[in-house]
Design a protein around this ligand. Structure first.
Ligand SMILES: *[C@@H]1O[C@H](CO)[C@@H](O)[C@H](O)[C@H]1NC(C)=O
Ligand SMILES: *[C@@H]1O[C@H](CO)[C@@H](O)[C@H](O)[C@H]1NC(C)=O
Ligand SMILES: *[C@@H]1O[C@H](CO)[C@@H](O)[C@H](O)[C@H]1NC(C)=O
Length: 387
């Protein structure tokens, strides 16, 4: 067995490669300086009943406006008012970011491809790699390569050895909105060596825009068409086992309030109460809405269609009242000032987490993309009013 110490070389290699943000995109292909502030500028796209803003830093979505049941426009996602905070704030909750090249956790920061072991930076509890390493795609400066009234395309080049991963990878993500109040995310990336890829979008939702008297999302009602979940250990690293949700607090097969079993849910790591798990979709089918959630206060309903096979649902267990609510919400009827525990949630459409270390689940779940093959994902969020 060969050993590749790519992880150790990463810092040196990436420091040289990062400043050429424009190499693979617009800006005339020129090298951009490190102090380029344009990465924090908001770029807005819109269609009937929906408007969204993004920035190049992290390919982050900063604002998402849809109408509530009274026709009032509401910004229903979390983030920082000052967009430089997405980079510099020591609390880095991955607000609205594109997470990858391999999101969620990699056991021991180690995996094997074609008989070679690769090492990715251990950045959580000293036992795993979370969200692609120290400088995952969420901390990179993407480049806008195309934009219209209702869409924007970002590109990012991750060189071979970046965060220890094999193969150069040019990644694209297209965010678009349409007159059916849908937000669609399309990813594609072609590596030049075999590498695991698992990308996702890490938006924090609050479908009542904090206008409920409840500081939490316990009243939001959700259904996930998933009959199984991926068992994890005390560090939230998959054990290899896939379990039924039946008879557990993780059963969302019928619509139920997030708060109903929230305090009984304890599969989210040591001393953790709440949800932070990967649900396995029973019948994956991009034509079906396999997840639906709404706020009874604003009536705003979000449903998801995806070609992925799992959803990570995180109920903001570690929020603790130290991050302020955005001005777009404070000035628009928010009843709270800070984001409290359980005051939001994240839904990530993705492949089976840590599938690269669990080949027994099946080859299609490893996330391994062969040299020259294309990684793609299409996920659509549809907004409406719950009937
Ligand atoms: C992204 O751009 C910001 C602003 O220029 C800079 O401070 C940061 O170091 C860049 N990040 C990376 C990973 O290149
Ligand atoms: C865990 O990672 C360390 C290096 O970080 C490595 O030496 C060890 O072989 C890995 N263990 C397994 C089981 O892969
Ligand atoms: C978990 O909670 C117990 C009891 O409060 C405590 O003794 C222990 O240190 C906690 N473990 C961690 C990892 O926080």
């Amino acid at each position: 067995m060969k050993f590749a110490f790519a992880g150790l070389l990463t810092l040196a290699a990436s420091a040289l490669a990062f400043p050429t943000r424009g190499d693979h995109g617009s800006h005339g292909g020129q090298t951009l300086p490190w102090d380029d502030k344009s990465v924090y500028e908001k770029h807005t796209i819109k269609a009937k009943g929906i408007e969204a803003s993004f920035m190049e830093y992290g390919a982050v979505i900063t604002n998402l406006w849809v109408n509530d049941k009274h026709g009032v426009k509401r910004d229903i996602i979390l983030g920082w008012d000052d967009t430089t905070q997405y980079n510099v704030n020591p609390q880095h909750p991955y607000f609205g970011a594109l997470v990858g090249r391999y999101a969620n956790r990699i056991k021991n920061g180690t995996f094997e491809v074609d008989g070679t072991k690769y090492y990715t930076p251990i950045n959580e509890h000293g036992v795993d790699t979370l969200h692609g390493g120290l400088t995952g795609t969420d901390r990179r400066n993407w480049t806008i390569t195309d934009k219209g009234e209702d869409y924007v395309v970002f590109e990012m080049f991750s060189e071979a050895g970046d965060q220890g991963f094999p193969g150069n990878l040019l990644t694209k993500v297209k965010y678009s909105v349409n007159d059916n109040a849908q937000w669609t995310i399309e990813y594609d990336g072609t590596p030049d060596a075999d590498t695991p890829i698992l990308m996702s979008q890490h938006t924090y939702w609050r479908l009542d825009a904090f206008t409920s008297s409840d500081a939490t999302v316990k009243d939001h009602v959700m259904q996930i068409k998933a009959d199984k979940f991926i068992k994890c250990d005390e560090y939230e690293v998959p054990t290899g086992e896939i379990s039924t949700v039946k008879g557990t607090p993780l059963d969302f097969t019928e619509p139920k309030a997030i708060g109903k079993d929230l305090l009984k849910a304890q599969e989210c790591g040591t001393n953790c109460t709440g949800y932070d798990n990967a649900w396995v979709i029973t019948d994956p089918n991009p034509k079906e809405k396999t997840l639906v959630v709404y706020s009874p206060v604003t009536g705003i309903e979000l449903s998801i269609n995806t070609d992925q096979v799992a959803y990570q649902f995180y109920s903001c267990v570690t929020m603790d009242g130290t991050i302020p609510i955005k001005k777009t919400q404070l000035d628009n009827g928010a009843k709270h000032k800070m984001v409290e525990q359980y005051g939001c949630f994240v839904l990530e459409a993705e492949n089976y987490i840590d599938g690269i270390n669990n080949p027994q689940w099946g080859e299609q779940y490893t996330g391994l993309v062969k040299a020259g093959d294309k990684y793609t994902q299409k996920t659509t969020y549809t907004f409406g009013i719950h009937k």
